[in-house]
Design a binder for this molecule. Structure first.
Ligand code: DP6
Length: 363
């Protein structure tokens, strides 16, 4: 079994004396079984599984230049859409601190990190998964210069491992269409340290599965995910919830293999509502759904009942609704969304996405 210390590199075989740059994109992902609650060092309290998205992604260029004398501090500039972004720096600083022992060269370089998202930054869509994912693969490209013999397998595993240290769900944004994170009996080789590609063949019902994201609320969240995870410590229902996640993941595995859409719908919606139930029953308690979130959920239920189309919703830690449905029903569902749901979106905004395959190197 892989241990965290396996990612501390042996002495590197090559030197990097020239400046250079890499550019990668990494997608967002949507969890079907949710990660909510963690232990020390970004170890998840329960396993999770997600669909990788295709269109919602972060594109990050990482320029690096060796500095003459190794400095005490990390040296980096951060740009979002070409503009210096000072308020992102503490998060990146913390990420560098967490990954330094796994990437011992970090203080030998000055970095210019230029990042952009394909989704509107005011959309309220979390960019931490795609952002940390893109950062992690860029850093692995640099490590590969020091260690060109590195295997593909090590590259991707360690990229996911590093991404996790930036943001837990980011480890599911690196490689594969369906990714499991967190050690669990039903998934061989699953690990708390990195995401693993779901290795079974997925039923054709889930091919090109669609995710239309309805932007209900773009406001600042009242409670951040980090605080939310924290509140799972001493939560009265935590133990049951963590056990349930293992069971749900085992069920989801069978659903994805056998293609049972009805079971998929009920498991996914139950997971979304359980996530929010955990928020509502923590102390302090909080609600991230908005009235329009509930309006949309009710409309989806009615549409499903009236038409038999297996469309369902899921939620992350926010008010936006992810509408999930088979590619075959795309036309019908999009029409339904336009006719009945976009009135509940801020400025009628929504984003059409579908299952993707992970990070991509752009240069
Ligand atoms: C509700 O990955 O954003 O989206 O590890 O603190 O960065 P940190 O948390 P984060 O948590 C997201 C949780 C979730 C569910 C999920 O994606 O599994």
């Amino acid at each position: 079994m892989t241990k965290a210390t396996d990612f501390i590199p042996q002495e590197y075989t090559h030197e990097v004396t020239e400046k250079g740059n890499f550019q990668w994109s990494a997608p967002s992902n949507i969890a079907l079984v949710k990660y909510w609650g963690k232990k020390e060092n970004q170890i998840p309290a329960n396993p999770s599984i997600s669909f990788t998205l295709n269109n919602c992604k972060t594109i990050t260029k990482l320029e690096f230049e060796p500095i003459k004398s190794t400095s005490e501090n990390f040296s980096f500039d951060l740009f979002l859409d070409g503009k210096s972004k000072e308020d992102f720096k503490p998060k990146m600083q913390k990420f560098f601190e967490r990954v330094e022992i796994y990437l011992p060269f970090l203080k030998d370089f000055h970095f210019a990190i230029s990042t952009e998202n394909t989704f509107p930054h005011s959309s309220g869509i979390a960019s931490s998964a795609s952002g940390m994912g893109a950062m992690a693969v860029n850093l692995m490209s640099i490590e590969k210069l020091f260690n060109p013999e590195m295997t593909e397998e090590y590259f991707w595993k360690k990229a996911s491992f590093l991404a996790r240290l930036g943001s837990g769900s980011a480890c599911r944004s690196i490689k594969g269409s369906v990714v499991v994170w967190g050690e669990t009996e039903s998934v061989e080789n699953s690990s708390d340290l990195f995401g693993v590609e779901f290795s079974e063949t997925i039923h054709s019902n889930f091919q090109n599965y669609q995710d239309t994201i309805l932007l209900v609320d773009k406001g600042e969240k009242v409670v951040s995910s980090t605080v939310g995870h924290e509140l799972m410590h001493n939560h009265p229902f935590a133990k049951n919830r963590f056990e349930q996640a293992h069971e749900n993941l085992a069920q989801m595995k069978q659903i994805l293999i056998h293609g049972n859409l009805e079971k998929f719908v009920s498991l996914v919606e139950s997971e979304a509502l359980t996530l929010h139930a955990m928020m509502m029953t923590s102390m302090p308690y909080f609600i991230l759904m908005k009235p329009n979130t509930l309006e949309i959920i009710n409309k989806i239920w009615k549409f499903r009942q009236d038409t038999g189309v297996q469309v369902c919703f899921t939620l992350d830690a926010g008010a936006n609704v992810h509408v999930l449905y088979p590619e075959n029903d795309k036309e019908k569902v999009l029409q339904f969304i336009k006719n009945e749901l976009i009135v509940y979106c801020q400025n009628q905004q929504y984003i059409c996405d579908e299952i993707g395959s992970g990070a991509q190197k752009l240069n």
